[in-house]
Ligand binder design. Structure first.
Ligand SMILES: Cc1cc2nc3c(=O)[nH]c(=O)nc-3n(C[C@H](O)[C@H](O)[C@H](O)COP(=O)(O)O)c2cc1C
Length: 305
């Protein structure tokens, strides 16, 4: 009932983990029933180890969380030796997520993931708002196109491009990624925000600004999914604020093929299995299917510019 295809990738479910919210390796899978999870999207890996930003790096607000982890990870060599060998035995497809600061960083990561048997698809994180360099890949169409085209040349594996919401319109970026050879888009990364402690008169996280995620960003992510899905013919994977089965179906109606669950897993590590259970119930009760609902949004008036 929940089977879904993202391009060439067959998934048991449309529910995926969101990069950086479900661990650096498959250890957190123990919280989920594997039939509920479409793919395990792992934390961004960069060519070199990164310590990330100073603490505090996360703060909560009513509608979600603000984070500025800063892509902390142990680097590609560690990942190749200690994480990759365990991936091939998993029954769930793994999407490895690549980060970097230059075209050559992204190409090196893509080549490395391409060579790993346990990696089914590669997601390019072009859109982390919490690192100083590399921001051009999510905010300049030409830079995005160049990096995606360069990565496309070095892998036949499904290549997903994770876009930023921190732009005036996501459409030119979605189109550029598709024309440069992306197989799917992930829409979208976190939204730059600020939380303030009025008593100390300081930002709540040491980086100052951070990336917003959780329920508060859902309307924005829905709009971006709707805009992207109409602009391209490759699948759109939604990311931003989904925490219930109804949220997931809203993204599907707006045009998403699959939906990543991020912040909701912090509140409840088995959130994906809980949502999958509810999703099966909702589809049965309403005698409908993911295919029937996909991109079925009925706009109230003709869409104009
Ligand atoms: C603590 C934290 C760390 C994250 N780390 C990454 C990361 O390493 N790479 C990435 O592409 N996205 C990262 N994200 C963004 C999530 O993958 C996701 O796109 C975003 O949180 C929106 O979805 P959500 O509202 O379901 O959490 C991170 C988000 C959070 C909250």
């Amino acid at each position: 009932m929940l089977q879904t295809r993202v391009g060439a990738l067959e998934l048991a479910s449309p529910l995926l983990t969101a990069s950086g919210t479900f661990g650096h390796d498959p250890a957190a899978l123990r919280f989920l029933k594997t039939e509920d999870l479409g793919a395990l999207v792992l934390k961004t890996v960069t060519p070199e180890p990164r310590h990330g930003n100073p603490a505090p790096r996360m703060a909560e607000f009513t509608g979600g969380v603000l984070n500025a982890i800063g892509l902390e990870n142990k680097g590609l060599a560690y990942w190749r030796d200690h994480v990759a060998p365990d991936l091939a035995a998993l029954t769930v497809p793994v999407v490895a997520n690549a980060g970097g600061h230059s075209v050559s960083d992204y190409v090196a990561m893509t080549e490395a993931f391409d060579a790993m048997a346990g990696v089914a698809a590669i997601e390019l994180n072009l859109s982390c708002p919490n690192v100083a360099d590399g921001i051009q890949f999510s905010t300049e169409v030409a830079a995005l196109k160049e990096v995606v085209a360069a990565c496309r040349k070095v892998t036949p594996k499904p290549l997903w491009v994770k876009l930023s919401p921190n732009v005036a319109s996501i459409v030119p970026f979605a189109k550029a990624a598709e024309s440069a050879g992306a197989d799917a888009l992930t829409v979208c990364n976190t939204l730059i925000g600020l939380l303030v402690d009025w008593k100390t008169q300081k930002p709540m996280i040491a980086n100052g600004t951070g990336g917003m995620s959780g329920p508060a960003v859902k309307p924005l992510a829905l709009r971006m999914v709707w805009d992207s899905a109409r602009a391209v013919s490759i699948p759109v994977v939604a990311s931003g604020g989904a925490s219930t089965a109804a949220d997931v179906l809203e993204f599907v109606v707006a045009g998403a093929t699959a939906v990543q669950i991020g912040t909701a897993s912090f509140r409840r590590p088995d959130a994906i299995s809980a949502i999958a259970l509810e999703l099966r119930e909702l589809l049965t009760e309403n005698s409908t299917s993911l295919e029937e609902l996909r991109a079925s949004l009925r706009w109230p008036h003709p869409v104009s510019c």
